[in-house]
Design a protein around this ligand. Structure first.
Ligand SMILES: Nc1ncnc2c1ncn2[C@@H]1O[C@H](COP(=O)(O)OP(=O)(O)OP(=O)(O)O)[C@@H](O)[C@H]1O
Length: 570
């Protein structure tokens, strides 16, 4: 359990003596994070709630009951002269729920957008998602769980340039990952939903690496016509195509010495996948129209929001390329899983946009009884929204709010913003359509070399191998047979498919039909944590016990936002 104060995050005030909100070691820690405050510097401040059952935590502007001044460190997390001095009490129950008692406090408290009269309960499930609490129409808090039973990551990591805003557990794990791999030349695969910040993370990897003074070249593979992809990346000799009158410098060459960011890697046409794999394996590039191979010194960072494993199973993505790219994976959690970052992001974007229209003074701390420019209810709506378009969508909504309220003394929801928030855009990649371009004439030079031997080698677990190995109908495979094969192949689906003589995709289909069959995606945090404790973090034994592959287990661990550093391989 975390104790005391953490370091490394400015303005993060931690108060509390490490008492869990529920009894038992595995209970998550309850935190209150300030998402909005009339004094903007307070946004992001956090208290860990010291509220074990039978020992309520008092929330007021001076926190008098359980946070004596010497425990306050940086200051009073809720200091606002308009909040009542009389405390509001938070009391934890042993089932993880928390009761809020208004008592004698005259502060208006709203939870889930409803004014609380007397008291209200926050269930453990709600707290896992994060519950928005408005105080006195001025301050917005998020009551939420932080850390994991495996331990809250300590501070001390950060994006020096502060371009990546946020201090949630999820973002700090990302920052930690960036620092861990920055100085290595390994390829990195960034995974996360659209708009979650993959490009920003790629830039942070570059900035933190020894390549920082060399070029960072970003390419969106979804926006390049498939027929041009190889020449765009690897370049083309003069005369390689009819009408090509000068040598075309490819992105690899442009990024020499630096980092090449390949966004939407799942959109790479097969021909490009083959060429990329060869380059990642040999460190050499071959321009279209040339027979010469040239050394290249480029670190590749790729990103996707696509299910690459599914693409491998369906045959549209090469397994060896996925294996190469995923030498190190960084998962960027969606915004709805790190709502505690919304306050800081909101302030960053408000500052930028108001400055642009010359109205930055709107954010000055209000004096007297004046209300802040941004009403607490508006912030609460934003925090409660699920943000399918993630940070990019939040950015756009804030711009709409700022522009829509231009010249007004108080910001309000504009009809345009209402429409944006009602219509939940699908959680799909926002790939721009490929730029329509006339396909070039076929190259005069010989077609690119056939795929290197490694692609055809038996280690290629790609679909072509699975297809050629298909000798049986999936319907003929019994559940018992499947389970036995999975166990003997250590839950490696590719090896199991091989053993059973069916395709890897067929395994997924069979599993779909078996209601009781569990995959890594069904593992709960509690199960993993308990297994981790009992087996001392030995990944291989954990995978064996949980009946999943090591790779799938690691993916699930990251999905759940658990800390992986304590999991060791054999
Ligand atoms: N943590 C963050 N702090 C500040 N700005 C952020 C953060 N994350 C994302 N953004 C902003 O959100 C927008 C989208 O980010 P970015 O382009 O990096 O997302 P992405 O995951 O690469 O999106 P896509 O998958 O659609 O390519 C950008 O304006 C970026 O600056």
């Amino acid at each position: 359990m975390p104790t005391g104060r953490r370091t490394g995050f400015t303005r993060t005030t931690l108060v509390g003596r490490g008492t869990a909100t529920t009894s038992g070691d595995d209970a998550p820690t309850l935190a209150l994070t300030v998402l909005y405050h009339p004094v903007l510097d307070r946004v992001g401040d956090r208290v860990l709630v010291d509220g074990a059952p039978g020992r309520p935590f008092a929330l007021s502007r001076t926190l008098p009951a359980f946070a004596p001044p010497d425990a306050l460190g940086d200051g009073e997390p809720l200091g606002d002269e308009h909040l009542s001095r009389k405390p509001i009490l938070l009391s934890a129950a042993s089932d993880g729920s928390v009761r809020i008692d208004i008592g004698d406090s005259s502060t208006t408290v709203s939870v889930r957008g409803q004014r609380v009269v007397g008291s209200t309960m926050l269930s453990a499930k709600e707290l896992a998602r994060g519950v928005v609490i408005e105080l006195g129409h001025r301050v917005v808090l998020l009551a939420h769980h932080v850390g994991t039973p495996g331990g809250v990551l300590d501070g001390g990591v950060g994006d020096e340039s502060r371009e990546l805003v946020g201090a949630s557990d999820g973002l700090r794990r990302v920052l930690w990952d960036i620092q861990s791999i920055a100085d290595l030349d390994l390829p990195v695969l960034l995974r996360g939903e659209t708009g979650s910040g993959k490009e920003l993370v790629a830039r942070a990897v570059h900035r933190a690496s020894p390549r920082r003074d060399k070029p960072f070249v970003a390419v969106n593979l979804g926006a390049i016509a498939p027929s041009l992809a190889v020449s765009e990346l690897f370049g083309a000799e003069k005369g390689a195509y009819t009408g090509s009158i000068r040598r075309q410098v490819g992105y690899f060459e442009q990024a020499h010495g630096g980092t090449l960011f390949l966004d939407e890697i799942g959109e790479a046409p097969v021909e490009l996948q083959v060429a990329l794999l060869r380059t990642l394996e040999t460190g050499e590039i071959q321009t279209v129209g040339s027979t010469q191979l040239r050394k290249t010194d480029v670190r590749v960072v790729a990103a996707t929001d696509a299910d690459l494993e599914g693409k491998v199973a369906s045959g549209s993505f090469r397994a060896p390329l996925l294996n190469r790219l995923a030498a190190y994976e960084i998962w960027i959690p969606p915004l709805r899983e790190r709502r505690d970052d919304i306050g800081r992001l909101l302030v960053r974007f408000l500052r930028e946009d108001l400055a642009e229209i010359g109205e930055l003074q709107r954010l000055a701390a209000p004096t007297g009884g004046a209300k802040p420019w941004v009403p607490a209810s508006l912030v609460a709506r934003l925090v409660d929204y699920d943000w399918p378009g993630n940070v990019r969508q939040l950015r756009n909504v804030i711009r709409q709010i700022v522009v829509g309220n231009r010249g007004r003394n108080r910001a309000d929801m504009t009809p345009a913003v209402e429409r944006l928030l009602v219509k939940q855009p699908p959680r799909e990649p926002e790939n721009p359509q490929p730029i329509p371009q006339a396909p070039p004439d076929p190259p005069k030079a010989p077609a690119p070399d056939p795929p290197p031997a490694a692609i055809k080698a038996p280690s290629d677990e790609g679909p072509s191998r699975s297809r050629s190995a298909s000798r049986r109908k999936p319907a003929d495979v019994t559940e018992a047979e499947l389970r036995e094969a999975l166990r003997s192949c250590r839950w490696d689906f590719a090896a199991t498919a091989e053993k059973l003589g069916i395709s890897r995709a067929a395994i997924y289909m069979i599993i779909e039909r078996l209601p009781g069959f569990r995959t890594a995606g069904d593992l709960t945090e509690q199960e993993i944590v308990q297994c981790h404790r009992e087996l001392g973090g030995d990944l291989a034994r954990m995978a064996e016990r949980l009946e999943v592959s090591e790779r799938a287990l690691l993916r699930r661990v990251r999905e759940l936002g658990l800390v992986t550093s304590g999991v060791s391989g054999r």
